[in-house]
Design a protein around this ligand. Structure first.
Ligand code: GRG
Ligand code: 1GP
Ligand code: MG
Length: 269
């Protein structure tokens, strides 16, 4: 360890007061759902980004996720600064590897790819990232990351060199999530992969919901209000949408409304 003392944390003034894990757990207990919008630092076009950020004032979301399996331009810092200059929505890093760590975010999904059998993505990259994360000030969200087959190979499956879970085997997903919870992971993320043709099935979400108490995140291929609603109804606590909103910004109002109405119906019941 170095003998010179480095500043331990960045001075970011509008960090959330409460830990994001606490927010997700509290929401889970009260049945409140959340939506996260995934922004890929490589795909950001300035005007579209400002437009999206501005629209979240009228159509709120709960989190921004920033990341990609493979990034080429390394604009995480600039993207996070742009988000912060327009909204106070918490920002979660969604990293493909330790080069994607950016301390100006609020939290990081510390993903362990438990659907795969590649030790690098189960523990190897984590060892490399640990000292950087320790001094980053980021909230660490230990997450069981489960890739689910969606009919075509996805970037994340290729980059991680892992085979996804079979789409139509909810029991395999349930056992994987159970093991992840027993290992102490705090969140479960079921991901059909960015731009997936088939989203994770409601049957698989329900099977995982039935066996773990943790907040469940579901993403990949959610490109309509109906798919979002089905995922929430099956037991997802949070949905993540990337490509859908990238391709059609008018999906933001629809999805924000689906989540808000779902939450209002829970409060009324
Ligand atoms: C421990 C640290 C800091 C990093 C490793 C984290 C692990 C284990 C990651 C698992 C594998 C991985 C590559 C995850 C990335 C997931 C992600 C951000 C997907 C977003 O979509 P893309 O896969 O970029 O899709 P596109 O091809 O549409 O851009
Ligand atoms: O881009 P989409 O298909 O919405 O997927 C989001 C995210 O779950 C991918 O890892
Ligand atoms: Mg990407």
């Amino acid at each position: 360890m170095p003998s010179i003392q480095l500043p331990n944390q960045l001075n970011i003034t509008n960090r959330p007061q409460q830990s994001l894990l606490t927010i997700l757990r509290t929401n889970r207990l009260s049945g409140q759902k959340a939506i996260g919008v995934l922004l890929d630092p490589d795909k950001i076009e300035q005007n579209a980004l400002i437009n999206l950020l501005t629209r979240t004032a009228e159509y709120p979301i709960d989190f921004f996720l920033v990341g990609g399996s493979l990034v080429t331009d390394y604009l995480h810092k600039e993207l996070i600064a742009a988000i912060r200059s327009h909204t106070s929505t918490p920002i979660i890093l969604f990293p493909g590897n330790p080069l994607h760590i950016e301390p100006s975010a609020d939290a990081i999904l510390f993903l362990s790819l438990i659907s795969g059998r590649n030790p690098e993505f189960l523990i190897g990259q984590h060892v490399i990232a640990a000292p950087l994360l320790k001094k980053s000030g980021l909230e660490i969200l230990p997450t069981g990351y489960m890739l689910v087959d969606s009919g075509a190979q996805t970037t994340v499956s290729y980059i991680s060199g892992t085979m996804p879970l079979p789409h139509d085997k909810p029991a395999v997903a349930a056992c994987t999530a159970m093991a992840g919870e027993m290992l102490g992971l705090q969140l479960m993320y079921l991901d059909a992969g960015s731009g997936a043709r088939k989203a994770v099935s409601p049957e698989m979400i329900a099977a995982v919901r039935a066996v773990v108490d943790l907040p469940i995140i579901v993403g990949g291929g959610i490109n309509s209000g109906e798919k979002a609603y089905q995922a929430l109804k099956a037991g997802a606590d949070m949905i993540v949408v990337g490509n859908g909103i990238e391709q059609d910004p008018d999906l933001l109002p629809q999805l924000s409304t689906v989540v808000r109405e779902f939450n209002q119906s829970v409060v009324r019941a």
